[in-house]
Design a protein around this ligand. Sequence first.
Ligand SMILES: Cc1cc2nc3c(=O)[nH]c(=O)nc-3n(C[C@H](O)[C@H](O)[C@H](O)COP(=O)(O)OP(=O)(O)OC[C@H]3O[C@@H](n4cnc5c(N)ncnc54)[C@H](O)[C@@H]3O)c2cc1C
Length: 307
Amino acid sequence: MLAPTRSRKRIGVVGAGPAGLAFAVSAAERGHDVTLFDAAEAVGGQLDIARRIPGKEEFDETLRYYRTRLAELAVTLRLGAAATAEQLAAEGFDELVLATGVTPRTPADIPGVDHPSVLGYLDVLRDGAPVGERVAILGAGGIGFDVAEFLTDRGDAASLNPPVFQAKWGIDPDYRERGGLRRPERPAPPRTVHLLQRKTGKVGAGLGKTTGWIHRTELKHRGVTMVAGATYDLIDDAGLHFTVDGERQLLPVDTVVLCTGQEPRRDLYDALRERGLEVHLIGGADVAAELDAKRAIKQGTELAATL
Ligand SMILES: Cc1cc2nc3c(=O)[nH]c(=O)nc-3n(C[C@H](O)[C@H](O)[C@H](O)COP(=O)(O)OP(=O)(O)OC[C@H]3O[C@@H](n4cnc5c(N)ncnc54)[C@H](O)[C@@H]3O)c2cc1C
């Protein structure tokens, strides 16, 4: 529990992802008057996207917690419009906190990256862009893995439904068969997916130590092929042309999804600094580190303790 403040301030927070949410709740708990802005219609930032990945439904509960606390603490919410430097300067807040997150990186050096078959992960996960039956995902970090799970999922909500989960992993809870195991029931995935990375070494090496093996196993069961050390040569009507170990290959895919990293989103930060305003930068807008809600929440909470 943070100590109550002795000098109540009016604080403007831009970005209602985990960093901005954690800051807003902690600052309001201390007694500050907080206004939270987000361009989206709902709070959550990237967690509002992550919760759509099969197996990550628990983020719904994280967001329910924050929505409840924002209401209890009477944080003013301004959703549905991007905050501008002019607007924030005119509001005359005592403190400004920017938790504006990240923007996906588009690798401009790949010939054909502007081909119509190329989508970003936000097009797929957030905007529901149509995706073909044969897919190449470029970038095998946490988001690349999540997109692969999303695109090969049958919609059976296995992580929420114990009988479905047990059937899928071959668990016999009644011990009718030896070792409590039975033949796994895995319906064929709706798409053929290839997951590629530029880095040499094991695909998925950067995933969490305790859960990485599960994601790799799940995708292998779904027939996802994994390619490391790829050089992306060209994307055209025929698909994705790439080279591994000096050998040129073609993947005849309908859709290429870019999961090729993120950049801190600092346009508003720069505009406010140009006006001579002091701002605090937290979360992905400070350091873009892909799957890092924990760091964003910690930084938001720690900043709230100091203002
Ligand atoms: C598919 C996916 C799965 C993920 N899975 C995990 C996971 O399992 N574990 C984990 O730890 N992390 C995960 N992450 C990453 C995690 O969501 C991010 O690390 C975290 O959301 C970063 O928090 P943030 O608050 O800094 O920014 P964000 O969550 O990006 O929020 C930034 C917000 O700022 C808003 N904004 C920007 N500019 C303006 C403006 N001018 N005016 C108003 N609003 C503005 C945006 O609309 C956005 O809502 C995942 C991300 C994705 C995309």
